[in-house]
Design a protein. Sequence first.
Length: 368
Amino acid sequence: TALTKGIEFLFKKNKVDYLKGTASIPAAGKVEVTAADGKKETHDAANILIATGAKSRPMPGFPFNGKTVIGSKEAMTLEKQPKSVIVIGAGAIGIEFAYFFNAYGTKVTVVEMMPDILPVEDTEVSKTLEKSLTKAGIRILTSTKVTGTSEDGKGVKITVEGAANETLEAEVALVAIGVAPVLPGGIELKLSDRGWLETNERYETSVKGIYGAGDIIGPPWLAHVASYEAVQCVEGLFTKHKPKKVGVFPGCTYCHPQVASIGLTERAAKEKGLKFKVGKFPYVASGKALAAAEPEGFVKILYGEPHGEIIGAHMIGSESTEMIAEIGLAMNLEATWDEIEATIHAHPTLSEMVKEATEVAKGHPIHV
């Protein structure tokens, strides 16, 4: 692809050697690379960074076969559009693919054992998205557990228990129940109780000179977080820079309407016993949203009391994945609701809703 070739060009531009093959770490300071033709070569390295990521985790007794039972990787490389898909798991990956397949005309059913889709998101956001996806034609079964699975080469049968016990049938089952680490072979490294690579404050593993960053070291399994960790790790190797650990970070779900969030949800803030104010502004009250025929959704911001610091933000609606960056910047700069309110936002824009939601939280809204 253009992006892949672009990265290869950047390797050349920055004089980075690029070796194609499967790597293992036979010992500290050693990397063995096996090429596609089976040829092996060993390279010496003072520092080794493992960034091998994660892969889709299969359901017990229901292995991936690349055709009728697939994970997210296979979902992007199917040669033929399935007529029907059962998505097991309604996290970000499951919901994104449910939306994608439905948009192309595939009959989609989503099965989620938790009470809401996108269980880690704000409850109101989850319920709003479920209503929208249901209206779009996706069947969503929450609080529903998979109790049986079968595959015959032509399709799948999934038995579920929930509000109603039934057996679902489809051409393809897309399993999105989580991810598992992709560990390199060779030297034994200390792992967490869930199998992720353990690292210290400098991203170093249990073996000196071997480091880990990204999905391989555990949640949140997001590309932008992985990139941040890798940069922090490498800068710490070659400068006096002290690596930073991940603090607040945005989470985005790419469907329609889009979902974006950062920081604490209302339920998490309540569990922590925090005092806070909530400011919520609907898309339907935004001139830009109406002009773009995108009236669905809202912006919700949580401000701590009494100082007005941002403790979380949750958005659902058009381009919300773009707007969340403003909140991330504000949180990193420790801006309060006073600074947000004092920032002039262009009109008409969707980003105005951040200021509008802030005015709601402070108790003096103008446009709602």
